[in-house]
Design a protein around this ligand. Structure first.
Ligand code: NAD
Length: 794
């Protein structure tokens, strides 16, 4: 396959999806031009400009940092169509109307480069029908590219070929979308609503219907069908409100219009309550009311019988919650046999989903794996329907579903397909996943791009190796596993809860550094889940504190600081592979590494202030040193105060980057660090980085002295702090902690420009950290956090 280079992408349509897709392309450093119709009044780019402005305010933020909105090039079809000529990929995301889309294709066709891929983000229109209007030379380069809302955060992208799409076009697009855009690709057949929305919306319709049958209220249904069931925490009705009831109705209409022969057709009828809400303009979150309504701080739910909103918040029965915690086989058996209406309801919706996917698998997907991944990645399920069925005992569940169909309890009389009963134990095997259309098990894609994923997400039953059991184990204790995949680079995986750094973890990390120096090219700190480390384990230090008071903590603190320095000055590169949160001690571990490789969704920051402490494992020392390095790089010593103040503000306000990009703006990632769009490529990139650094003759940094901003800078910062305290913006205790932070960052009571080293600053850190431990307000904050997990403001 020749390399498909995407130098620039055009996104057509600056609506909800188009604007956010453009934003995400900017996040992953792909140049993008965003088009919309010329505005009728004012500047011609008015529609696009407004959309780009809107991106800065949207929550959750589609952009890694809001100011990057400026990187989106703005255009309209009247003035700028020739900009399309430079685009290697054109993503159409205009309003969902076949005639409008076809018109637009005609308009842009003369400007499409001869090699460019053109793809539509339609959620419901036939990709094949759309392609038919295209000039012959574009048809082979046309397909569907279905992003999910919000595109930055939803992992799923469905790619849909037409009969005329050239296969290598899809391979090229899959490669780009996986590595550069960071998404999980599922290939779908060109059927109405493709895979995820087809199965997901049918599931929501079934849930609405069964909830009515069993007389359950929306809040109870959401409680049961959210986290407790291993699904998105917003459950069913709140998810509908978030998606928008009009959007949902649109997807339902696609089912109604195109699936008249579907044996489930009657269950696609628009639920009367949905129709009524839409008629009243209650479209969900965006219009302030839907199945729920927020009034002040209260969440109300619709009572459809009364037609009014009543207080919400009811939970499912404890008994049912307990059943949901059981292993799959027992869980399904108990739900089915229970006389509790909530349990019966849950069995009913699971049965409906098994029934639905078994009947439709052949038509909508190449194999069962695609359905399970689509539901995980597009609907936030921890397990797809086939996986759950298989893990609960394929044959038994098949019999139960059949019995319900025969008894007329199911949503359709359609029998389960014969393959369900051919003696199989499931649809996922180590050989591959079942494809009814090809009548065989299909292995995973062997596209080269997947070789960058050492541990790709795998479906249950596929026999995938668990990362923490993979490779060769070199060392292990209760909270860390040190291992290698290739014999060249060591990997340290913290296994403690939230990967909190306890003395046991520190000990393991030190051992890992020793081992790496003895026989490996480097050490990568990586874990297979989406937490790098939530910080130092305060609870683990409690016994020492109780026995010896804060003085007892000083040696512990020193050990942790020494470990950070050991990592920084290791003879081989230590690379932190960050994904998810890296807070407090986790951030300090990352910043002392030789390099950081961070997934786009990384949230890094020094948050110790929240528990009444200062960063005490070298975090402030790092800020002081970086300020000196940046001032030196700019050859302007006068800037030391500015850099020190920036670092101070991040730590004193416990700022956490809301993306890897923002974490870099805060100074916790460097320009030389690598941001990886796809979470599953993180380990590959980190290992490559460690090897490349070693092969380039890695040497640790010099242990140099550096200048600090001194007491005058501290006085400047404190004057501002005093204003904030007197204005009531920060508490007296915040003021006290911030003063101590400023003291370390500025180097204590020394003249501006005095040279210090890391040991000196770390001693200051220790002194203030341990002093704070004796402060009652800090103790109140720590106890509050340990007991409730929430920060105490005092
Ligand atoms: P939207 O209504 O927010 O935006 C549509 C954009 O198309 C607008 O900016 C509008 O100016 C432009 N437009 C309207 N008529 C046009 C025309 N005749 N020619 C050119 N441009 C025109 O829509 P959206 O929700 O962003 O959806 C866009 C596409 O993405 C649709 O195909 C939709 O099915 C699909 N989609 C939407 C979602 C979602 O959750 N909203 C999710 C996945 C896919």
């Amino acid at each position: 396959m020749s390399r498909f280079q995407v130098r620039k992408v055009a996104v057509l349509g600056a609506g909800v999806m188009g604007a956010q897709i453009a934003a995400h392309l900017v996040n992953v450093k792909v140049p993008v031009v965003l088009f919309d119709l010329p505005a009728k009044e004012g500047p011609k780019n008015g529609i696009v400009s407004k959309a780009v402005e809107g991106l800065k305010k949207l929550k959750p933020s589609p952009l890694g940092v809001a100011e990057d909105a400026a990187l989106i090039q703005q255009a309209n079809y009247e003035e700028h169509s020739e900009l399309l000529e430079d685009c290697d990929l054109i993503i159409e995301a205009i309003a969902e109307r076949m005639d409008w889309k076809l018109d637009l294709y005609k308009k842009i066709a003369p400007f499409v480069a001869p090699h460019a891929i053109v793809a539509s983000n339609t959620s419901g229109l036939s990709i094949t029908k759309l392609s038919e209007a295209l000039p012959e030379e574009i048809k082979p380069r046309f397909c569907g590219i279905h992003f999910f809302n919000p595109p930055r955060y939803m992992y799923l992208v469905e790619l849909i070929p037409t009969p005329t799409t050239r296969p290598e076009i899809l391979d090229q697009l899959e490669t780009f979308v996986t590595t550069s855009v960071g998404k999980g690709v599922v290939r779908a057949k060109d059927t109405p609503n493709f895979i995820a929305n087809r199965v997901g919306i049918a599931g929501m319709l079934a849930t609405i219907k069964e909830a009515e049958n069993f007389g359950l209220t929306y809040d109870v249904v959401d409680d049961l069908t959210g986290k407790k069931m291993g699904r998105a925490s917003s459950g069913t009705f709140r998810t509908a409100d978030v998606v928008g009831l009009d959007t949902m109705a649109h997807v339902i209409k696609t089912l109604q219009d195109n699936l008249k022969d579907d044996p489930f057709f009657p269950s696609y009828a628009t639920p009367p309550v949905l129709a009524k809400l839409i008629e009243q303009g209650a479209l969900g979150q965006k219009s302030g009311a839907g199945f729920y309504k927020k009034v002040g701080k209260d969440i109300l739910r619709l009572d459809p019988a009364k037609g009014e909103y009543v207080p919400a918040g009811a939970k499912g029965d404890e008994l049912v919650a307990r059943i949901l915690k059981k292993a799959p086989a027992e869980r399904l058996k108990l739900l089915r046999e229970s006389s509790n209406p909530q349990a019966q309801f849950l069995w009913a919706i699971l049965r409906d989903s098994f029934h639905y996917v078994a009947v439709h698998l052949e038509a909508i997907a190449d194999c069962a794996r695609d359905v399970d991944f689509a539901m995980r990645w597009g609907f936030g399920m921890s397990q797809g329907p086939f996986e759950l069925w298989q893990s609960a005992g394929w044959k038994q569940v098949a019999e139960w579903v059949k019995a319900d169909i025969d008894a007329g309890k199911a949503l359709s009389k359609a029998p389960l397909p014969d393959w369900v009963f051919d003696g199989r134990e499931g649809v996922h095997t180590p050989e591959g996943s079942w494809s009814p259309s090809q009548k065989k098990y299909i292995p995973r894609s062997n596209l080269a791009v997947y070789q960058r994923q050492h541990f790709p997400e795998a479906v249950l039953g596929s026999g995938a190796v668990e990362p923490l059991k993979a490779g060769t184990e070199v060392f292990k204790n209760d909270e860390i596993r040190v291992w290698t995949l290739d014999g060249e680079v060591l990997i340290a995986s913290i296994t403690a809860k939230l990967h909190l750094i306890s003395p046991t973890v520190t000990e393991g990390l030190l051992k890992a550094v020793d081992l790496a120096e003895q026989g490996y090219k480097g050490l990568v700190i990586w874990s297979p889940d989406d937490v790098f480390s939530a910080g130092a384990n305060l609870e683990a230090l409690m016994p020492v504190f109780m026995a010896k008071g804060s003085k007892g903590i000083i040696p512990e603190e020193k050990k942790l600081q020494d470990a950070m320095l050991r990592i920084r000055y290791a003879q081989v590169p230590v690379v932190s592979a960050i994904r998810g949160i890296a807070l407090g001690g986790g951030c300090e571990l990352a910043i002392h590494s030789a390099r950081r490789v961070a997934a786009m969704e990384s949230y890094v920051g020094l948050v110790e202030v929240g528990v009444g402490l200062i960063p005490g494992a070298g975090g402030l020392t790092y800020i002081a040193r970086r300020a000196a390095e940046m001032a030196a790089a700019g050859n302007a010593n006068a800037d030391l105060l500015k850099f020190a103040t920036d670092g101070f503000t991040s730590a004193a306000m416990a700022k956490v980057g809301t993306s890897a990009i923002e974490s870099r703006k805060l100074g916790y990632l460097l320009d030389s660090d690598v941001i990886v769009p796809n979470k599953d490529e993180l380990l590959y990139v980190a290992l490559s980085q460690a090897k490349a650094m070693f092969d380039a003759g890695y040497r640790p940094p010099h242990k140099a002295m550096f200048p600090v901003a001194g007491r005058s800078a501290k006085a400047t910062i404190m004057a501002q702090l005093a204003n904030m305290r007197d204005g009531g913006f920060i508490s007296q205790h915040d003021f006290h902690i911030s003063t101590l932070i400023a003291d370390v960052i500025c180097g204590g009571e020394v003249e501006a420009g005095s040279l210090v080293n890391e040991d000196y600053l770390m001693a200051l850190e220790r002194q203030h950290f341990c002093g704070l431990l004796d402060h009652p307000k800090t103790q109140e904050r720590i106890m509050g956090m340990l007991q409730t997990g929430k920060p105490v403001r005092n």
